[in-house]
Design a protein around this ligand. Structure first.
Ligand SMILES: [Zn+2]
Ligand SMILES: [Zn+2]
Length: 247
């Protein structure tokens, strides 16, 4: 599978870089993971939004769904080169927030699907399981397994540190974390620190750790070093716009 970073800031976009969004691809299938601010413009550099096969949402904070409405409008208004409209887009969300979940369905455009109705769901070539995180609103981390290869991509979404993230990330080939905080702010109730992300990667035997949901201020190389110190066997890198990771 291939994972492409479309936006990586937490909270708000700045300096031409948007908030949480990733394109996850396998066998010609295109899954958008979160749809943060700027994600639609970033997506177009990689794939036509009409070619998206599904969207998966961790939670309904603005920095994860800001472009969802304009994605729906794109699918409603834009036609392909043959004049055809895109098929109805499945948008996988949770229904704890009923009002937000309802917005994932738009007539003739998209259909909301509640992924919490079973422990594991199939989305195209992926098997996806979820874990409730520590966050002020209901939010889920995802473990995405590519069926044909068994390769594993874990996305923590937004979360303070919880022990459960360690077994959930076990032997992941790729782990993308919410690393919004520098070392020294551990046990925060909303986000994780560099140190905590490094510790999860180390204890879970993760191959590659990508720090994301980054802060707009501060020395990001310092953030990377703090995480890497905790996980000497893990390749630890910072998210970058358009970064492509082959898993
Ligand atoms: Zn966020
Ligand atoms: Zn959030």
């Amino acid at each position: 599978m291939k994972v492409t970073v479309l936006g990586y800031y937490g909270g708000y976009p700045t300096r031409d870089i948007g908030t949480s969004s990733y394109l996850v691809e396998s066998e010609g299938y295109h899954l958008l993971l979160d749809a943060g601010s700027g994600s639609l413009l970033a997506l177009e550099h990689h794939v036509d939004p009409l070619a998206l096969d599904a969207v998966l949402l961790s939670h309904y904070h603005h920095d994860h769904i800001a472009d969802l409405g304009v994605l729906q409008f794109t699918r409603q208004l834009k036609r392909d080169e043959h004049g055809n409209r895109a098929p109805i887009l499945p948008i996988y969300g949770h229904s704890d927030d009923e009002q937000a979940f309802e917005k994932t369905t738009m007539e003739d455009v998209s259909q909301g699907v509640d992924y919490t109705e079973s422990d594991q769901i199939t989305i195209g070539p992926f098997e996806v399981s979820h874990l409730k995180t520590l966050h002020p609103v209901t939010c889920y981390a995802f473990r995405i397994v590519e069926r044909n290869t068994g390769k594993v991509f874990v996305f923590t979404a937004d979360s303070g540190f919880i022990e459960e993230l360690i077994p959930f990330s076990e032997n992941a080939d790729l782990l993308i974390t919410d690393t919004n905080l520098f070392r020294g702010m551990e046990n925060h109730l909303v986000h994780m620190t560099s140190k905590e992300c490094g510790q999860i990667a180390h204890k879970a035997n993760v191959k590659t750790l990508v720090l994301s949901h980054l802060p707009q201020q501060g020395n990001l190389d310092q953030l990377r070093k703090e995480a890497a110190e905790e996980a000497p066997k893990t390749k630890t890198i910072l998210a970058e716009k358009d970064l492509e990771i082959i898993v």
